[in-house]
Write a protein that binds this ligand. Structure first.
Ligand code: PLP
Length: 403
Protein backbone atom coordinates (compact mmCIF):
# COMPACT_ATOMS: atom_id res chain seq x y z
CA UNK A 1 0.00 0.00 0.00
CA UNK A 2 0.79 3.51 0.53
CA UNK A 3 3.05 6.09 -0.64
CA UNK A 4 6.21 5.62 1.43
CA UNK A 5 7.93 7.66 -1.26
CA UNK A 6 5.85 10.71 -0.54
CA UNK A 7 7.73 11.06 2.71
CA UNK A 8 10.75 11.97 0.65
CA UNK A 9 8.94 15.12 -0.43
CA UNK A 10 9.01 16.35 3.17
CA UNK A 11 12.43 17.48 4.46
CA UNK A 12 11.29 17.36 8.09
CA UNK A 13 11.66 13.57 7.95
CA UNK A 14 15.36 13.93 7.04
CA UNK A 15 16.06 15.52 10.42
CA UNK A 16 13.40 13.52 12.24
CA UNK A 17 13.29 10.08 10.61
CA UNK A 18 11.45 8.72 13.63
CA UNK A 19 8.68 11.31 13.47
CA UNK A 20 5.15 9.99 13.17
CA UNK A 21 3.16 13.05 12.32
CA UNK A 22 -0.56 12.61 12.86
CA UNK A 23 -1.59 16.23 13.17
CA UNK A 24 -2.12 17.39 9.60
CA UNK A 25 -5.54 18.77 10.44
CA UNK A 26 -3.73 21.39 12.52
CA UNK A 27 -1.14 22.10 9.83
CA UNK A 28 0.31 19.88 7.16
CA UNK A 29 4.02 19.31 6.82
CA UNK A 30 5.78 21.45 4.25
CA UNK A 31 6.73 19.77 0.98
CA UNK A 32 10.05 20.51 -0.68
CA UNK A 33 8.64 21.90 -3.97
CA UNK A 34 6.79 24.53 -1.97
CA UNK A 35 9.82 25.45 0.10
CA UNK A 36 11.89 25.63 -3.09
CA UNK A 37 9.37 27.78 -4.95
CA UNK A 38 9.23 30.23 -2.05
CA UNK A 39 12.98 30.34 -1.70
CA UNK A 40 13.41 30.81 -5.46
CA UNK A 41 10.97 33.71 -5.42
CA UNK A 42 12.54 35.34 -2.37
CA UNK A 43 16.06 34.92 -3.72
CA UNK A 44 15.66 35.93 -7.33
CA UNK A 45 12.24 37.31 -8.16
CA UNK A 46 10.90 39.44 -5.33
CA UNK A 47 9.58 42.93 -5.91
CA UNK A 48 6.43 44.70 -4.83
CA UNK A 49 3.47 44.05 -7.08
CA UNK A 50 0.91 46.13 -8.97
CA UNK A 51 2.89 49.35 -8.83
CA UNK A 52 6.38 49.00 -10.20
CA UNK A 53 7.24 50.28 -13.68
CA UNK A 54 10.11 47.82 -14.09
CA UNK A 55 10.52 44.23 -15.15
CA UNK A 56 11.04 42.61 -11.74
CA UNK A 57 7.82 44.14 -10.47
CA UNK A 58 5.89 43.21 -13.62
CA UNK A 59 7.08 39.65 -13.27
CA UNK A 60 6.21 39.46 -9.58
CA UNK A 61 2.74 40.84 -10.37
CA UNK A 62 2.33 38.27 -13.10
CA UNK A 63 3.33 35.44 -10.77
CA UNK A 64 0.95 36.68 -8.08
CA UNK A 65 -1.98 36.98 -10.47
CA UNK A 66 -1.19 33.63 -12.06
CA UNK A 67 -1.74 32.03 -8.67
CA UNK A 68 -5.15 33.68 -8.44
CA UNK A 69 -6.05 32.14 -11.81
CA UNK A 70 -4.66 28.79 -10.75
CA UNK A 71 -6.65 28.74 -7.51
CA UNK A 72 -9.81 29.87 -9.33
CA UNK A 73 -9.47 27.03 -11.81
CA UNK A 74 -8.64 24.52 -9.10
CA UNK A 75 -11.73 25.31 -7.03
CA UNK A 76 -13.98 25.76 -10.05
CA UNK A 77 -14.64 29.50 -9.73
CA UNK A 78 -16.14 31.23 -12.75
CA UNK A 79 -13.47 33.91 -12.77
CA UNK A 80 -10.24 34.66 -10.99
CA UNK A 81 -11.63 37.91 -9.51
CA UNK A 82 -13.78 35.76 -7.28
CA UNK A 83 -10.63 34.61 -5.46
CA UNK A 84 -9.45 36.96 -2.73
CA UNK A 85 -6.21 36.31 -0.88
CA UNK A 86 -6.56 36.56 2.88
CA UNK A 87 -4.48 35.49 5.86
CA UNK A 88 -6.38 32.24 6.21
CA UNK A 89 -9.80 30.82 6.98
CA UNK A 90 -10.24 32.84 10.17
CA UNK A 91 -9.38 36.04 8.34
CA UNK A 92 -11.79 35.16 5.51
CA UNK A 93 -14.63 34.59 7.97
CA UNK A 94 -13.90 37.87 9.71
CA UNK A 95 -14.00 39.73 6.37
CA UNK A 96 -17.40 38.22 5.75
CA UNK A 97 -18.65 38.97 9.21
CA UNK A 98 -17.82 42.67 8.76
CA UNK A 99 -19.52 42.64 5.38
CA UNK A 100 -22.74 41.23 6.81
CA UNK A 101 -22.50 43.60 9.75
CA UNK A 102 -22.42 46.66 7.49
CA UNK A 103 -25.13 45.43 5.13
CA UNK A 104 -28.68 46.43 6.03
CA UNK A 105 -30.09 43.39 4.28
CA UNK A 106 -28.99 41.29 7.23
CA UNK A 107 -31.52 42.18 9.85
CA UNK A 108 -32.50 41.98 13.47
CA UNK A 109 -34.67 38.94 14.22
CA UNK A 110 -33.42 36.98 11.19
CA UNK A 111 -31.49 33.74 11.63
CA UNK A 112 -27.93 32.57 11.19
CA UNK A 113 -27.83 28.77 11.14
CA UNK A 114 -24.66 26.84 12.04
CA UNK A 115 -23.97 23.20 12.67
CA UNK A 116 -22.71 22.16 16.09
CA UNK A 117 -19.60 20.79 14.36
CA UNK A 118 -18.09 24.20 13.58
CA UNK A 119 -14.56 25.30 14.39
CA UNK A 120 -14.53 28.50 16.46
CA UNK A 121 -13.40 30.34 13.30
CA UNK A 122 -16.74 29.59 11.72
CA UNK A 123 -18.69 30.15 14.91
CA UNK A 124 -17.39 33.06 16.97
CA UNK A 125 -17.67 35.57 14.08
CA UNK A 126 -21.32 34.59 13.59
CA UNK A 127 -22.01 34.71 17.30
CA UNK A 128 -20.59 38.22 17.37
CA UNK A 129 -22.56 39.21 14.28
CA UNK A 130 -25.76 37.91 15.87
CA UNK A 131 -25.08 39.94 19.01
CA UNK A 132 -24.26 43.10 17.09
CA UNK A 133 -27.24 42.96 14.76
CA UNK A 134 -29.79 41.31 17.04
CA UNK A 135 -29.90 38.28 14.74
CA UNK A 136 -30.76 34.82 16.06
CA UNK A 137 -28.03 32.18 16.14
CA UNK A 138 -29.35 28.63 15.79
CA UNK A 139 -27.54 25.30 15.64
CA UNK A 140 -28.38 22.09 13.88
CA UNK A 141 -27.17 18.97 15.67
CA UNK A 142 -27.71 16.49 12.86
CA UNK A 143 -28.55 16.71 9.18
CA UNK A 144 -31.89 14.91 9.13
CA UNK A 145 -34.80 16.27 7.05
CA UNK A 146 -36.39 17.37 10.30
CA UNK A 147 -33.33 19.30 11.52
CA UNK A 148 -32.76 20.94 8.16
CA UNK A 149 -36.24 22.45 8.47
CA UNK A 150 -34.56 24.94 10.78
CA UNK A 151 -33.29 26.54 7.58
CA UNK A 152 -36.52 28.41 7.01
CA UNK A 153 -37.66 31.69 5.49
CA UNK A 154 -36.29 33.65 8.43
CA UNK A 155 -32.78 32.34 7.74
CA UNK A 156 -30.32 34.66 6.03
CA UNK A 157 -26.98 32.95 6.55
CA UNK A 158 -26.01 29.29 6.83
CA UNK A 159 -22.37 28.80 7.85
CA UNK A 160 -21.12 25.26 7.63
CA UNK A 161 -17.88 23.35 7.65
CA UNK A 162 -17.55 20.91 4.75
CA UNK A 163 -15.39 18.66 6.94
CA UNK A 164 -15.26 18.92 10.71
CA UNK A 165 -11.75 19.33 12.06
CA UNK A 166 -12.75 17.89 15.43
CA UNK A 167 -14.30 14.61 14.29
CA UNK A 168 -13.85 14.41 10.50
CA UNK A 169 -17.56 14.47 9.71
CA UNK A 170 -18.62 15.51 6.19
CA UNK A 171 -22.18 16.89 6.14
CA UNK A 172 -24.51 16.65 3.10
CA UNK A 173 -23.48 20.04 1.77
CA UNK A 174 -25.43 19.83 -1.51
CA UNK A 175 -28.70 19.33 0.36
CA UNK A 176 -27.87 22.12 2.80
CA UNK A 177 -27.13 24.54 -0.04
CA UNK A 178 -30.36 23.62 -1.83
CA UNK A 179 -32.39 24.16 1.34
CA UNK A 180 -30.67 27.47 2.05
CA UNK A 181 -31.10 28.81 -1.45
CA UNK A 182 -34.73 27.73 -1.54
CA UNK A 183 -35.38 30.22 1.29
CA UNK A 184 -33.01 32.88 -0.03
CA UNK A 185 -30.24 32.29 2.53
CA UNK A 186 -26.55 32.54 1.75
CA UNK A 187 -24.17 29.67 2.39
CA UNK A 188 -20.70 30.23 3.82
CA UNK A 189 -18.52 27.13 3.50
CA UNK A 190 -15.55 26.50 5.77
CA UNK A 191 -13.23 24.43 3.61
CA UNK A 192 -10.18 24.44 5.89
CA UNK A 193 -10.15 20.64 6.16
CA UNK A 194 -12.17 19.67 3.12
CA UNK A 195 -9.88 21.33 0.60
CA UNK A 196 -7.00 18.87 1.04
CA UNK A 197 -9.19 15.81 1.06
CA UNK A 198 -12.00 16.32 -1.43
CA UNK A 199 -12.26 18.05 -4.78
CA UNK A 200 -14.40 21.14 -4.76
CA UNK A 201 -16.19 22.92 -7.55
CA UNK A 202 -17.68 26.04 -6.04
CA UNK A 203 -19.61 26.82 -9.19
CA UNK A 204 -21.27 23.42 -9.48
CA UNK A 205 -21.93 23.39 -5.77
CA UNK A 206 -23.39 26.88 -6.09
CA UNK A 207 -21.91 27.84 -2.72
CA UNK A 208 -21.85 31.58 -2.04
CA UNK A 209 -18.60 31.78 -0.09
CA UNK A 210 -15.83 29.28 0.54
CA UNK A 211 -12.72 29.76 2.67
CA UNK A 212 -9.51 27.82 3.25
CA UNK A 213 -5.96 28.22 4.57
CA UNK A 214 -2.66 27.58 2.82
CA UNK A 215 -0.93 25.96 5.77
CA UNK A 216 -3.34 23.03 5.86
CA UNK A 217 -2.56 22.18 2.26
CA UNK A 218 1.25 21.96 2.38
CA UNK A 219 1.67 25.71 1.90
CA UNK A 220 2.85 28.47 4.22
CA UNK A 221 1.04 30.07 7.15
CA UNK A 222 -0.51 33.51 6.87
CA UNK A 223 -2.11 32.93 3.50
CA UNK A 224 -5.59 31.77 2.62
CA UNK A 225 -8.44 32.27 0.24
CA UNK A 226 -11.90 33.71 0.37
CA UNK A 227 -13.93 32.68 -2.64
CA UNK A 228 -17.16 34.58 -3.18
CA UNK A 229 -19.64 34.85 -5.99
CA UNK A 230 -18.87 38.03 -7.91
CA UNK A 231 -22.18 39.69 -7.06
CA UNK A 232 -21.42 39.34 -3.34
CA UNK A 233 -17.80 40.40 -3.48
CA UNK A 234 -18.80 43.45 -5.47
CA UNK A 235 -21.23 44.39 -2.74
CA UNK A 236 -18.56 43.99 -0.05
CA UNK A 237 -17.04 47.16 1.35
CA UNK A 238 -13.25 47.11 1.58
CA UNK A 239 -12.29 45.38 4.83
CA UNK A 240 -9.18 47.59 5.04
CA UNK A 241 -8.21 50.90 3.55
CA UNK A 242 -4.88 52.04 2.13
CA UNK A 243 -2.70 51.43 -0.88
CA UNK A 244 -3.60 49.17 -3.78
CA UNK A 245 -7.34 49.16 -3.09
CA UNK A 246 -8.08 52.62 -4.48
CA UNK A 247 -9.06 53.98 -7.83
CA UNK A 248 -8.59 57.67 -7.04
CA UNK A 249 -7.93 59.63 -3.86
CA UNK A 250 -8.48 63.33 -3.20
CA UNK A 251 -7.97 65.15 0.07
CA UNK A 252 -11.48 64.34 1.25
CA UNK A 253 -12.74 61.44 -0.87
CA UNK A 254 -11.65 58.07 -2.24
CA UNK A 255 -13.09 55.91 -4.94
CA UNK A 256 -12.24 52.24 -4.65
CA UNK A 257 -10.66 49.86 -7.13
CA UNK A 258 -12.65 46.98 -8.58
CA UNK A 259 -12.24 43.32 -7.69
CA UNK A 260 -10.02 41.87 -6.46
CA UNK A 261 -7.84 44.84 -5.42
CA UNK A 262 -10.65 46.51 -3.49
CA UNK A 263 -10.48 43.66 -1.00
CA UNK A 264 -6.68 43.38 -0.76
CA UNK A 265 -5.34 46.62 0.68
CA UNK A 266 -1.62 47.21 1.15
CA UNK A 267 1.32 45.06 0.12
CA UNK A 268 -0.09 41.57 0.29
CA UNK A 269 1.58 38.37 1.40
CA UNK A 270 3.27 37.82 -1.95
CA UNK A 271 5.56 35.11 -0.59
CA UNK A 272 2.53 33.33 0.80
CA UNK A 273 0.72 33.51 -2.51
CA UNK A 274 3.75 32.09 -4.33
CA UNK A 275 3.84 29.26 -1.76
CA UNK A 276 0.11 28.66 -2.16
CA UNK A 277 0.50 28.44 -5.93
CA UNK A 278 3.25 25.84 -5.52
CA UNK A 279 1.06 24.00 -3.02
CA UNK A 280 -1.80 23.79 -5.51
CA UNK A 281 0.58 22.41 -8.15
CA UNK A 282 1.87 19.91 -5.63
CA UNK A 283 -1.61 18.77 -4.59
CA UNK A 284 -2.61 18.25 -8.19
CA UNK A 285 0.63 16.39 -8.94
CA UNK A 286 0.26 14.08 -5.93
CA UNK A 287 -3.51 13.71 -6.37
CA UNK A 288 -4.09 14.60 -2.78
CA UNK A 289 -7.84 15.16 -3.05
CA UNK A 290 -10.26 12.22 -3.21
CA UNK A 291 -7.33 10.05 -2.25
CA UNK A 292 -8.50 6.43 -1.81
CA UNK A 293 -5.31 5.49 -0.04
CA UNK A 294 -5.99 7.99 2.72
CA UNK A 295 -9.58 6.84 3.06
CA UNK A 296 -8.34 3.25 3.33
CA UNK A 297 -5.80 4.35 5.92
CA UNK A 298 -8.60 5.90 7.94
CA UNK A 299 -10.59 2.68 7.77
CA UNK A 300 -7.55 0.69 8.82
CA UNK A 301 -6.97 3.00 11.78
CA UNK A 302 -10.63 2.87 12.82
CA UNK A 303 -10.50 -0.95 12.73
CA UNK A 304 -7.29 -1.08 14.73
CA UNK A 305 -8.51 1.42 17.31
CA UNK A 306 -11.80 -0.45 17.65
CA UNK A 307 -9.86 -3.51 18.77
CA UNK A 308 -8.65 -1.69 21.87
CA UNK A 309 -11.21 -1.94 24.64
CA UNK A 310 -9.92 1.18 26.44
CA UNK A 311 -10.46 3.37 23.37
CA UNK A 312 -13.75 5.07 22.61
CA UNK A 313 -14.08 6.41 19.10
CA UNK A 314 -15.90 9.70 18.83
CA UNK A 315 -17.89 9.47 15.60
CA UNK A 316 -21.12 11.40 15.94
CA UNK A 317 -23.87 10.55 13.43
CA UNK A 318 -21.77 7.73 12.03
CA UNK A 319 -24.82 5.62 11.30
CA UNK A 320 -26.57 8.37 9.41
CA UNK A 321 -26.81 7.62 5.70
CA UNK A 322 -26.06 11.17 4.64
CA UNK A 323 -22.85 11.50 6.63
CA UNK A 324 -19.37 10.65 5.44
CA UNK A 325 -16.03 10.87 7.19
CA UNK A 326 -12.67 12.26 6.10
CA UNK A 327 -9.28 11.06 7.37
CA UNK A 328 -9.58 12.62 10.81
CA UNK A 329 -10.30 10.42 13.83
CA UNK A 330 -11.19 11.52 17.33
CA UNK A 331 -11.10 9.19 20.30
CA UNK A 332 -10.72 9.07 24.06
CA UNK A 333 -8.65 6.77 26.24
CA UNK A 334 -10.35 5.37 29.32
CA UNK A 335 -9.33 7.23 32.51
CA UNK A 336 -6.61 9.26 30.78
CA UNK A 337 -6.84 12.93 29.90
CA UNK A 338 -6.19 13.58 26.18
CA UNK A 339 -3.28 15.88 27.02
CA UNK A 340 -1.60 13.08 28.98
CA UNK A 341 -2.14 10.72 26.05
CA UNK A 342 -0.52 13.22 23.68
CA UNK A 343 2.45 13.79 25.99
CA UNK A 344 3.02 10.08 26.45
CA UNK A 345 2.80 9.42 22.71
CA UNK A 346 5.30 12.21 22.15
CA UNK A 347 7.85 10.02 23.99
CA UNK A 348 7.53 7.69 20.99
CA UNK A 349 7.84 10.61 18.51
CA UNK A 350 4.15 10.41 17.72
CA UNK A 351 2.53 13.80 17.24
CA UNK A 352 -1.21 13.88 17.81
CA UNK A 353 -3.62 16.64 18.80
CA UNK A 354 -5.38 16.71 22.15
CA UNK A 355 -8.02 19.01 23.53
CA UNK A 356 -11.20 20.68 22.33
CA UNK A 357 -9.92 21.31 18.78
CA UNK A 358 -11.37 24.83 18.77
CA UNK A 359 -14.82 23.28 18.93
CA UNK A 360 -15.88 23.81 22.54
CA UNK A 361 -19.64 23.89 21.84
CA UNK A 362 -19.30 20.51 20.11
CA UNK A 363 -17.32 19.07 23.03
CA UNK A 364 -19.96 20.31 25.46
CA UNK A 365 -22.71 18.81 23.30
CA UNK A 366 -20.86 15.48 23.23
CA UNK A 367 -20.30 15.77 27.00
CA UNK A 368 -16.55 15.60 26.59
CA UNK A 369 -13.83 17.95 27.79
CA UNK A 370 -11.67 17.01 24.84
CA UNK A 371 -10.48 14.18 22.65
CA UNK A 372 -7.32 12.80 21.13
CA UNK A 373 -7.30 13.45 17.41
CA UNK A 374 -5.24 11.87 14.66
CA UNK A 375 -5.37 13.17 11.12
CA UNK A 376 -3.73 11.76 8.05
CA UNK A 377 -2.02 13.14 5.01
CA UNK A 378 -0.15 11.67 2.07
CA UNK A 379 3.02 11.08 4.09
CA UNK A 380 1.26 8.71 6.50
CA UNK A 381 1.34 4.95 6.16
CA UNK A 382 -0.01 1.87 7.90
CA UNK A 383 3.30 1.72 9.76
CA UNK A 384 2.38 5.01 11.41
CA UNK A 385 -0.95 3.56 12.52
CA UNK A 386 0.73 0.39 13.80
CA UNK A 387 3.22 2.48 15.79
CA UNK A 388 0.36 4.52 17.23
CA UNK A 389 -1.55 1.41 18.27
CA UNK A 390 1.53 -0.06 19.91
CA UNK A 391 2.21 3.15 21.81
CA UNK A 392 -1.44 3.51 22.84
CA UNK A 393 -1.28 0.06 24.40
CA UNK A 394 1.30 1.34 26.84
CA UNK A 395 -0.37 4.66 27.69
CA UNK A 396 -2.52 3.33 30.51
CA UNK A 397 0.33 1.26 31.94
CA UNK A 398 2.52 4.38 32.05
CA UNK A 399 -0.05 5.85 34.39
CA UNK A 400 -0.22 2.79 36.61
CA UNK A 401 -3.28 1.00 35.25
CA UNK A 402 -2.98 -2.74 34.89
CA UNK A 403 -3.97 -2.86 31.26
N1 PLP B 1 -11.96 25.87 10.16
C1 PLP B 1 -11.53 24.62 10.36
C2 PLP B 1 -12.46 23.47 10.07
C3 PLP B 1 -10.24 24.40 10.82
O1 PLP B 1 -9.82 23.16 11.02
C4 PLP B 1 -9.42 25.51 11.11
C5 PLP B 1 -8.07 25.30 11.67
O2 PLP B 1 -7.82 24.35 12.35
C6 PLP B 1 -9.91 26.78 10.86
C7 PLP B 1 -11.19 26.93 10.38
C8 PLP B 1 -9.07 28.00 11.08
O3 PLP B 1 -8.01 28.03 10.19
P1 PLP B 1 -6.85 29.13 10.34
O4 PLP B 1 -6.34 28.99 11.74
O5 PLP B 1 -5.85 28.72 9.30
O6 PLP B 1 -7.46 30.45 10.09
Amino acid sequence: MPNANYREDFPVYEKNPELIYLDSAASSLRARPIIDAMSQYASYAHANIHRGAYRLSFEATEKYEEVRKKVAKWIGAKESNEVIFTQGTTDSMNHLMHFFEDDDRFEKGKKIVLSIFEHHSNLVPWQQLAKKKGMILEYIYDFSEESLKQIDTTTQIVAISLMSNAVGLIPPIETIIQKAHAVGALVVGDGAQYITHREINVCQLDIDFFAFSGHKCFGPTGIGVLYGKRQWLEAMPPPRFGGDMIEYVTEQETTFAGLPNKLEAGTPNIDGVIGLGAAVDYMIYRQVQNNNTLDALREYAVDQLSELDFIRLVQPLKDSETILYGPIISFTVKDVHPHDVASILDQSNIAIRAGHHCAQPLMKYLELTGTCRISFSIYNTRDDVDALILALKSVRRWLGYES
